[in-house]
Design a protein around this ligand. Structure first.
Ligand code: NAD
Length: 431
């Protein structure tokens, strides 16, 4: 019997994404009748670290930045999750994203828990050398709150392989010379050549594509000629589009932080990527495409929508406009609970984030193993192993959803929570 106090965990102060992830969690926890003590543990985050740190700017002035690292749960292994540099980063976002990481790593069967963090910053306002000093000083301030067997960050919005290289170098430089190389796996998503693994750059986008393909196979449909739109054309949006195009699907619309474009006869992915490199990172002014209003983007005619930008994008305000039959969540938390209700009523299916974009953390796990074991893995091996893990996850979720008559998100959460519940029951609660 579940008591009322456990069913209402959302504090008034926790709006936005935390409320969203807790509602998703509670829906699944109710479905599996989760042990009430374990529900209490999983309702809260283990550690929340907020750091204010000074950095000297190019002009000699000192600016103070605020960085976050939230560690939700480590019942299954070290905390794992990305670092985001964005103005929307705050404690609410870091908590929610850390919780999603716990469910994602558990669902994928990895020996990890969940964490997330970042810096509240618009990186476009800073030079490359300022960003390097900001990253290094944040890493130094985090100290041993991160570590290769404790909490392992990775790239997320506005961070990349270069950011990870700076973090690894800074963290390793704080260790004694004879020990430094033992700490290389403090972060994943590093450049190949500095401990990175081949294929990590594309692993999230490849996973997004693969889960769409697996979904299409279950529905006996081909992706050839299917029209898709993508919100966010960074690491995830680009690679997902690349693999969708290779399969014969047609990219017809893209939205990024600066512009929204529509080209009904198709946008060539390689050409758009080259355009972005010459247009300050934006899809704006792509030749022969219509520039459309931001709020008209989700209503574009298409078969598949891939949100691959920020959280809370598909809401009660715009869900009714969506014409796609399938939403593949490349981003974390792009659909809020009210938006999802409308989508389900309209018969739109969702491949949930904790499954759809889990290729990234699976690729990160391979990099971590590579560093830990002093190995060098090759692209074909990485992709093959990634496919195997993702197919297993997808099939588990799909079968559970059918057997239990629930949507795929609830199925994914149920499976993820059950794995953690089992670990707690086997181990008990100290003391
Ligand atoms: P990125 O920084 O490489 O790209 C982000 C893209 O989103 C850019 O094109 C940017 O212009 C766009 N964007 C930002 N704000 C926007 C807005 N308000 N409206 C529309 N577009 C906007 O980031 P990424 O690594 O591709 O991450 C994208 C999403 O995927 C995030 O939600 C992230 O948490 C999730 N994700 C990333 C990974 C990974 O391996 N990088 C893994 C799993 C999940």
């Amino acid at each position: 019997m579940i008591t009322k106090d456990i069913q209402l965990p959302v504090k008034k102060s926790e709006s936005g994404m935390v409320a969203n992830v807790l509602e998703q969690f509670n829906k699944a926890a109710n479905h599996i009748d989760l042990n009430p003590n374990i529900r209490r543990i999983l309702n809260v985050t283990n550690n929340e670290i907020i750091i204010h740190f000074p950095v000297k700017m190019d002009n000699g002035n000192v600016e103070i930045f605020t960085g976050y690292r939230v560690q939700h749960n480590n019942a299954l292994g070290p905390y794992k999750g990305g670092l985001r540099y964005h103005e929307t980063v705050d404690i609410d976002a870091a908590k929610a994203l850390a919780m999603w990481m716990t469910w994602k790593t558990s669902l994928a069967g990895l020996p990890y828990g969940g964490a997330k963090g970042g810096i509240k910053i618009n990186p476009k306002l800073y030079s490359q050398s300022e960003l390097e000093r900001i990253t290094r000083r944040f890493t130094y301030a985090l100290g041993d709150n991160i570590g290769p067997e404790h909490d392992i960050p990775a790239p997320d919005v506005n961070t990349n392989a270069q950011t990870m290289a700076w973090i690894a170098d800074t963290y390793m430089s704080t260790k004694s010379p004879a020990e430094r190389s033992r700490y290389q796996h403090v972060v994943t998503g590093k450049p190949v050549g500095s401990g990175g693994i081949e294929g990590r750059d594309r692993s999230t986008g490849y996973g997004v594509f693969l889960t769409i393909k697996l979904w299409a196979e279950k529905r006996n449909v081909s992706l050839k000629g299917k029209r898709f739109i993508v919100q966010g054309f960074g690491n995830v949006g680009y690679w997902a589009s690349h693999f969708m195009e290779q399969e014969g699907a047609i990219l017809v619309g893209v939205q990024d932080a600066f512009a929204s474009i529509y080209k009904p006869d198709g946008i060539e992915v390689k050409q758009l990527n080259a355009h972005i490199e010459n247009h300050e990172g934006s899809v704006n002014l792509f030749p022969d495409a219509f520039a459309i209003e931001k709020d008209d983007f989700f209503g574009l005619e298409c078969d598949i929508l891939i949100p691959a930008a920020l959280g809370n994008q598909i809401t009660a305000e715009n869900a009714h406009l969506i014409k796609a039959k399938l939403i593949a969540e490349g981003a974390n938390g792009p659909t809020n609970v009210e938006g999802e209700r409308i989508l389900i009523e309209n018969g739109i299916e969702i491949i949930p984030d904790i499954l759809c974009n889990s290729g990234g953390v699976i690729g990160s796990y391979f990099e971590w193993l590579q560093n830990r074991n002093g190995e060098l893995w090759h692209m074909d091996e990485v992709i093959l192993k990634l496919e195997k893990v993702l197919k297993e996850s997808f099939n588990k979720v799909y079968e559970y959803a059918n057997k239990e008559n629930v949507d795929m998100r609830t199925a994914a959460f149920c499976l993820a929570i059950q794995r953690i519940e089992k670990a707690y029951i086997q181990r008990g609660i100290f003391p």
